[in-house]
Design a protein around this ligand. Sequence first.
Ligand code: ADP
Ligand code: 5GP
Length: 214
Amino acid sequence: MDTERSFTLLILCSPSGAGKTTLAHAVQKLEPKLDFSVSHTTRAPRSGEVDGRDYYFNSKTDMLARIERGEFAEWAWVHGNLYGTSHQEIRRCRAQGASGVIFDIDVQGARQLRALYPSEALSVFVLPPSAAILRARLEGRGSEDEASLKRRLGVAAAELGHYQSFDYVLVNDQVDEAAATLHALVVAGRHQQSRMRMRAEALLDELRTLQQDD
Ligand code: ADP
Ligand code: 5GP
């Protein structure tokens, strides 16, 4: 199948702590040719995070200048910081022959990417099994101080309200099970009629030529 046509932009959204990063890594194990989009952010690195691998960590001045120059396919203010995906990052994944690219972004970014890539985007909203588990996962990650934890839980309800604009909704209970379902959605997405049209039309042309030759 033509790689250009079968390229998937897998957009994962959820309230912070529901498990997007975990699921992204798990689905990459199932399909290593799915690349991961590294975002730019003005947020400070967490311990263990590496510049260029987890995020491109930028100053606010630098990030605003990049926005001004039109470098981002999408960008948004999230939890008081700027986050964005560069056009260059998406080009990089295509150029490297990836089967698709995974985005761990917020609902504002998802809306922008869907508008930019209506036929290639596949958007999945990830739900935690319960509110208590969401809180426990955020606490367990140990990445937030009390104020940040409260802020993230505070916006969770508003974020959840956007699930209707997504193609699919996935409950992340057992990681392996959720990752397998997510991968099945990616595979199914490649067979959507709109994405198979060129292939079907090419076959029709071949058949017509065959009939003319007979
Ligand atoms: P997000 O990227 O959505 O903010 P993470 O992937 O960082 O969320 O997950 C938040 C925390 O929950 C992490 O400590 C992660 O290990 C844990 N976690 C994620 N998914 C599961 C799951 N299915 N079961 C148990 N713990 C999980
Ligand atoms: P965190 O600070 O926990 O890594 O991410 C906080 C939120 O920012 C998450 O909802 C995450 O999905 C979102 N985010 C990360 N990168 C981007 C991005 O490039 N664009 C947008 N719009 N949101 C992002």
